[in-house]
Design a protein around this ligand. Structure first.
Ligand code: NAI
Ligand code: OAA
Length: 356
């Protein structure tokens, strides 16, 4: 009969096989992927999330796993990617999930991807501006975009990491340096501003938010967030008091959440919802669906600034058409001037970070 020591050794060997400590997450089930009968490969798009173990990354990963347009989902982070991957991979939806941990696995995470979503980086605490995140997040975005340029230069990039007004110009400069820049494929995610605007405007009007469409232009920080209340659908009008209340609430929606979370971070759940709404629109565009229009912070000639958020039409190549601002009222024209002044500095700060 085997001694207790031998029995323990056998159990240890067995568990090492079933749960390898250096979990190569592509084998996150006990049985090796190579031994499984199904190999994945269902039609659909390949999507990577960079920063997938974070406050936004986790619910975003869950929601993307539920998206029928996704066939392969790569989850990359510098911490906790194995746990999130094992967890999400048990969902009985179509996408095959693979995890990647740390810089040495970045290239594998990115190779072959159609869409890369980036929520990597530190969030705000009360009293901070988004620009206060620049010091840490600028370097993170640079490293990740260098990986994209190496491994999936044709991928559509959805950039969430703050300050978006600077991180999008950083990404553009990285891609220019690498010779892979296609302005249509780089999209700063401002969808949460639209989601909030739809919600707050619907509240004021007594409507279902799903029936409301508020264009939000400019950028993604304070006064650069410019809701165009004169262009709300369905057509409606607001008193001056309502206009000021709504503009202020939409511009400071992020701060409202940061303060309510009291040091535990910024918007994560509503952001994951907004990111998935935007990513799904990008994937439908990639599939060739017609008439997909969303707001995004992109390279633009709508104003004299090199980047600006407006409505864009999404297609097989990313942001294929960039819409003009349309008629603005006096209040919005004044807001636009303020937004442009602040945006100019943030954009330049991003560009200089790479090109200095
Ligand atoms: N565009 C927008 O509308 C919004 C943007 N944000 C921004 O999104 C970012 C993430 O926010 P949270 O998820 O709440 O933060 P978090 O701290 O919960 O998660 C960030 C994740 O990024 C990972 N990370 C850090 N360095 C990395 C690297 N070099 N490579 C890959 N992953 C890395 C961390 O390990 C962590 O898991 C912040 O910059 C935040 O300001 C947040 C809300 C809205
Ligand atoms: O406010 C923050 O720091 C996070 C963010 O961008 C948002 O919630 O809009």
């Amino acid at each position: 009969m085997a001694s207790r020591v031998e029995a323990n050794q056998r159990i240890a060997r067995l568990s090492a096989h079933l749960y390898p400590s250096n979990l190569q997450m592509e084998d996150s089930s006990g049985m090796r992927r190579a031994n499984c009968r199904a190999k994945g490969g269902a039609p659909g798009f390949k999507v990577a999330i960079l920063g997938a173990a974070g406050g936004i990354g986790q619910p975003l990963a869950m929601l993307m796993k539920m998206n029928p347009l996704v066939s392969v989902l790569h989850l990359y982070d510098v911490v906790n990617a194995p746990g999130v991957t094992a967890d999400i991979s048990h969902m009985d939806t179509g996408a095959v999930v693979r995890g990647f941990l740390g810089q040495p696995q970045l290239d594998n995470a990115l190779t072959g991807m159609d869409l890369v979503i980036i929520p990597a980086g530190v969030p705000r605490k009360p009293g901070m501006t988004r620009d206060d995140l620049f010091k840490i997040n600028a370097g993170i975005v640079r490293t990740l975009c260098e990986g994209i340029a190496r491994c999936c230069p044709k991928a559509i990039v959805n950039l969430i990491s703050n300050p978006v007004n600077s991180t999008v110009p950083i990404a553009a400069e990285v891609f220019k340096k690498a010779g892979t820049y296609d302005p249509k494929r780089l999209l700063g995610v401002t969808m949460l501003d639209v989601v909030r605007a739809n919600t707050f405007v619907a509240e004021v009007l007594g409507l279902d938010p799903r029936e409301v469409d508020v264009p939000v232009v400019g950028g993604h920080s304070g006064v650069t967030i410019l809701p165009l209340l004169s262009q709300v659908k369905p057509p409606c009008s607001f008193t001056q008091e309502e206009t000021e209340y709504l503009t202020d609430r939409i511009q400071n929606g992020g701060t409202e959440v940061v303060e309510a979370k009291a040091g535990a971070g910024s918007a994560t759940l509503s952001m994951a919802y907004a990111a998935v709404k935007f990513a799904d629109a990008c994937l439908r565009g990639l599939r060739g669906d017609a008439g997909i229009v969303e707001c995004s912070f992109v390279a633009s000639q709508v104003t004299e600034l090199p980047f600006f958020a407006t409505k864009v039409r999404l297609g097989r190549n990313g942001a294929e058409e960039i819409y003009q601002l349309g008629p603005l009222n006096e209040y919005e024209r004044a807001g636009l001037e303020k937004a442009k002044r602040e945006l100019a500095g943030s954009i330049q700060k991003g560009i200089s970070f790479i090109s200095k």
